[in-house]
Write a protein that binds this ligand. Structure first.
Ligand code: M6R
Length: 612
């Protein structure tokens, strides 16, 4: 939801700003803009559409300027037009602001500011901050940092803001509330951005910022203060991946690269989790055996694809650890009266660690006394910081908007938690843990095997490109896989797609089946193939009504009624989602390519949803 970058140092700022925006474009791509710190009056350029439109609009004789701020937008208030693009400026054109998030009280502020003579030129909530800061800077004798502190006290909502003023253009001031902002520490230069990916080419030293902390960067200094002006000690950390991880590496799209990175991502997430005496090693969950034994109920909170990983958690944890698990869509959770107490363990799953719906839900759960364990892929992001403990997945940066490798690693992380809980509570013997963990270690090679044989699947997919709708069926852990397959297809191919539990079919959805409707059935389901027969009946039911059925089946599984069979390696039923999801990712990817869609940046979406 909007990418933000700031630079101050000896380089010509346009290079780190545009490169940074390119790395952040996954966060939103409705428009892009920059403000360069030209002394005396800022140079501003902004354009609706993708970053390329902004680059095309930049003059060839752009002055060499050593500081600036840049923005790539996912529109909330005001359509995706040139005039609503960020930066927004004060009436003198000397102060520029970029923003990620929502200023909830912007209309009240606007009325007040208009009374004081400010003229507004956009439909955004952000512009009110530019005018407000302009007044407060004057009241604070030209001190932009003090003005920012004062401004933040008047704002409601979620925001990351960066501001620059033409009278001190080497200074950039930023702040964050419920929205991400990191500082990059360079050598004689400094950076700010929504995500370290923006400056990874220049430095691996970063500082995380807390709520309502105001940061001021100049080429030679970084100062962080709280809203009272008290200095805050920087919390520095090292970025552990390099810039190659944020590039396509010869693949035509980030999504395809990320699909092919899945064997490594799964292996990295699993590594070193079983001791020589068969004990699951998850020290970072920070729970004693006594505390694990006292868990009465688990609530998994997540959105989108992460929610589907949460559904797999329910099947695995209930089966292995015999603890009741509820899975909640984060945006619904706190708006009812969920039953939470000290015996509730909340597991929050989030790739980005910044999803606002999930963040708000865990705050609600914590306030009610629950312990919160995060599963997250992004170091030092907000959700892990606000949780009691975090289990990091090791997928590496996921750039494509459609989540792939993050999903598989989230599923692996919930398996590890399930095994740990089962072991401590005595529900699985050490030998069973040993066998399951070792079977999990075989998953990377099995994913590799699937990826080696995707060409026929890609060809098959192209044959369905004109379909109006695709339905996905699964039972047991095959059900979340069906939902995930449908979500991938919706977001990438813009096709109507739905996932159903096989048993629900006859309760309504079967009416959707028409002559030629593609149905993808995920056969591996239920322990010891207990549900295979039922899935095969579902296949017959839809086929009898004209569906064209594609079946995902294990090697050796008996399949009747399929027009096409996609074989995946054999695995225990509960582990099958890690394998069965992969062909569905490829199906959605190929469908998007065939239909000419933007695979990595599908329309209307943003990678990190930092507004409610
Ligand atoms: O960063 P998160 O895991 O919290 O994001 C949750 C969803 O927004 C995300 O999984 C979304 O559904 C993906 N675009 C799906 O591919």
């Amino acid at each position: 939801m909007c990418g933000i970058v700031g630079y101050t140092g000896p380089q010509s700022a346009i290079t780190p700003l545009v490169e940074g925006l390119r790395r952040l474009e996954y966060r939103g791509y409705d428009s892009a803009g920059i403000a360069l710190g030209t002394p005396g009056s800022l140079f501003i350029e902004k354009r609706a559409g993708k970053l390329g439109n902004l680059e095309g609009a930049l003059p060839a004789n752009l002055p060499v300027v050593h500081s600036g701020i840049g923005h790539t937008r996912w529109a909330t208030h005001g359509g995706p037009t040139d005039r609503n693009a960020h930066p927004h400026v004060d009436n003198e054109g000397k102060l520029a602001v970029i923003h990620n998030g929502i200023i909830e009280n912007y209309s009240e502020l606007k009325i007040e500011l208009e009374k004081r003579g400010h003229k507004f030129t956009s439909d955004t909530d952000t512009e009110s901050v530019a005018h407000l800061l302009s007044d407060l800077r004057k009241e604070n004798k030209g001190d932009l940092t003090a003005a920012m502190r004062e401004a933040v006290k008047k704002l409601r909502g979620s925001f990351t803001l960066l501001a620059i003023h033409a009278d001190a253009p080497e200074t950039i001031v930023g702040v964050r509330r419920n929205s991400p902002l990191v500082v990059g520490i360079g050598d004689g230069e400094n950076f700010m951005a929504s995500d370290v990916a923006a400056f990874i080419d220049y430095t691996k030293r970063a500082i995380e910022l807390g709520q309502d902390e105001v940061v001021t960067i100049t080429p030679g200094g970084i100062e962080i203060t709280d809203l009272s002006g008290k200095k805050v000690a920087p919390r520095e950390y090292e970025i552990t991946w390099d810039s190659a991880a944020a590039q396509k590496g010869g693949f035509s799209h980030f999504m395809l690269k990320e699909i092919f990175e899945q064997p490594k991502a799964v292996a990295d997430t699993l590594i070193g989790r079983l001791s020589d005496n068969n004990q699951i090693q998850l020290d970072e969950i920070h729970m004693s055996d006594k505390e694990i034994k006292a868990i009465k109920k688990i609530v998994v909170i997540a959105c989108g694809t992460a929610y589907h990983a949460g559904m797999v958690a329910k099947y695995a944890i209930e089966k292995w650890a015999k603890i009741s698990v509820e899975v909640e869509i984060a945006s619904e959770y706190r708006y009812r009266d969920p039953i939470i107490d000290a015996g509730t363990l909340v597991i929050a799953i989030s790739q980005s660690g910044e999803t606002m719906d999930t963040l708000m839900a865990i705050r609600h759960a914590k306030a009610a006394g629950a312990r919160v364990l995060a599963i997250c892929n992004t170091n030092s992001s907000t959700i892990p910081r606000e949780s009691d403990a975090v289990l990091y997945t090791h997928a590496g940066p996921e750039i494509a908007v459609a989540s792939t490798k993050a999903f598989l690693t989230q599923v692996v992380a919930v398996y590890l938690i399930g095994l740990k809980l089962a072991q401590v509570r005595g529900e699985l013997k050490d030998s069973e843990i040993h066998n399951l963990y070792n079977e999990m270690l075989e998953l990377p090679a099995k994913i590799e095997q699937i990826l080696e044989t995707v060409e026929p699947l890609r060809e098959l997919t192209r044959g369905f490109a004109q379909s109006a709708s695709v339905l996905f069926l699964g039972r047991n852990v095959g059900y979340p896989v069906a939902l995930e397959g449908a979500l991938k297809l919706k977001e990438l191919a813009y096709m109507h797609a739905e996932g159903f539990a096989g048993g629900e079919l006859k309760h309504g959805p079967i009416a959707l089946i028409d002559q030629g409707t593609p149905v993808i059935a995920i056969l591996p389901a239920g322990h010891d193939h207990a549900l295979d027969e039922k899935m095969l009946s579902n296949i017959q039911e839809v086929k009898a009504r004209g569906a064209r059925v594609i079946v995902i089946a294990q090697e050796g599984d008996k399949v009747v009624g399929a027009e096409h069979i996609i074989r995946i390696p054999v695995a225990s039923a509960l582990l099958q989602p890690v394998l069965a999801t992969v062909p569905l990712q490829v199906f959605a990817y190929e469908m998007a390519v065939t239909r000419g869609n933007d695979v990595d940046q599908p329309r209307n979406l943003a990678k990190s949803v930092t507004v409610e």
